[in-house]
Design a protein around this ligand. Structure first.
Ligand code: NDP
Length: 309
């Protein structure tokens, strides 16, 4: 079995940027990209805020060029899911079912997944009006009404942000009070463009096949059903970091995000680095993920230089 310099787990912008940097540093990275490679950008239509693409780029196209760039410098890819890891001793071990791989260093960039309501109609209209990221997609909803689902800080932040574009923003929340911090909740409640629909849940996203036209709401106390005309549905009910593989092995915060040392990509295990949304619940942007992927590759390269194997 060959001993890899670095295995990168996950293939969104963080992982691919770390692959580009570590490949150019001649580390010959092995990327285990997952069966559904590319991460959250694969479900994003237009990306208008990634520097370098003046006229925007689709999420899948952005991932495709990053992947080609990583490949060009010698990154090798395995399109499978990692099933187990052992970081308790060096070399580190990574398994894809029965197949074992060994590495001197590891970069984890498994990302986070937005939580969705789980409705079939929500899935049908994903990227056709349904989004989990106002920063990414808000600008596509100029002068039309939109809905934001959730009662946490993300929902408040997204609703406020969306008032810049939308004609009207509805916050649909299943309770009669928000769990968001008071300051964020007050800001939303005071915004004249925001209307809160309490004690309600979406039971169906309705559209014309191409885009969303309304949502069907159920009032949880009265059980009455109503239609609300909106063209955008922003699901803001939280994210889940993809860290199940690392439970009990790496330090995580209370919501499961990997903890990295300040201003670095170092985890609590030397030689194991983390980049992108798996360790960032604050910014969650392709560009910040890419930036932290660059940090992880540089950290890994410098750390490897100081080691004897
Ligand atoms: P939270 O878990 O705080 O809130 C999720 C919200 O979604 C809750 O109101 C919850 O309802 C609702 N929800 C969950 N599941 C469903 C469902 N299936 N159907 C309908 N509603 C649902 O997540 P956030 O993403 O808002 O925040 C995560 C963390 O990030 C928090 O610690 C937050 O403070 C922080 N954050 C901070 C920001 C800032 O300070 N600028 C900005 C954004 C986030 P219920 O209340 O009924 O449980």
């Amino acid at each position: 079995m060959s001993l890899e310099n670095v295995i990168i787990i996950g293939s969104g912008p963080a992982g691919l940027t770390s692959a580009i940097y570590s490949a150019r540093a001649n580390l010959k990275p092995l990327m285990i990209e997952g069966e559904e490679s590319g991460g959250q950008l694969m479900t994003t239509t237009e990306v208008e805020n990634f520097p370098g693409f003046e006229h925007g780029v689709t999420g899948p196209d952005l991932i495709a060029v990053m992947r080609k760039q990583a490949e060009r410098f010698g990154t090798r890819f395995i399109t499978k899911n990692v099933t187990k890891v052992d970081f308790s001793q060096r070399p580190f071990k990574v398994w894809i079912r029965d197949q074992e791989y060994q590495a001197k260093s590891i970069i984890i960039s498994t990302g986070a997944s937005a939580k969705y309501l789980g409705l079939p109609s929500e899935k049908q209209y994903l990227s056709k009006g349904v989004s989990a990221c106002a920063t990414c997609d808000g600008a596509f909803f100029r002068n039309v009404p939109v809905a934001v689902i959730g009662g946490g800080d993300t929902a408040m932040e997204e609703a406020n942000f969306l008032t810049r574009f939308a004609s009207q923003v509805y916050i649909i929340h299943r309770k009669d009070s928000f769990r968001a911090s008071k300051i964020m909740a007050d800001r939303a409640l005071k915004n004249p463009k925001i209307k809160v629909i309490w004690d309600s849940e979406i039971i169906e996203v309705v559209g014309d096949g191409k885009k969303v036209t309304s949502v069907k709401l159920s009032h949880l106390k009265t059980k009455s059903v109503s239609d609300l005309s909106v063209e955008g549905v922003f699901v803001a009910i939280g994210h889940k970091p993809n860290t199940d593989l690392f439970k009990g092995l790496l330090e995580m915060n209370e919501t499961g995000y990997l903890v990295t040392k300040p201003h670095s990509s170092y985890t609590n295990i030397e030689g194991v680095f983390a980049a992108g949304d798996v360790q960032d619940h604050v910014y969650r942007q392709a560009i910040t993920a890419a930036g932290s992927g660059c940090m992880a590759a540089i950290d890994a390269e410098r750390w490897l230089e100081g080691q004897e194997f």
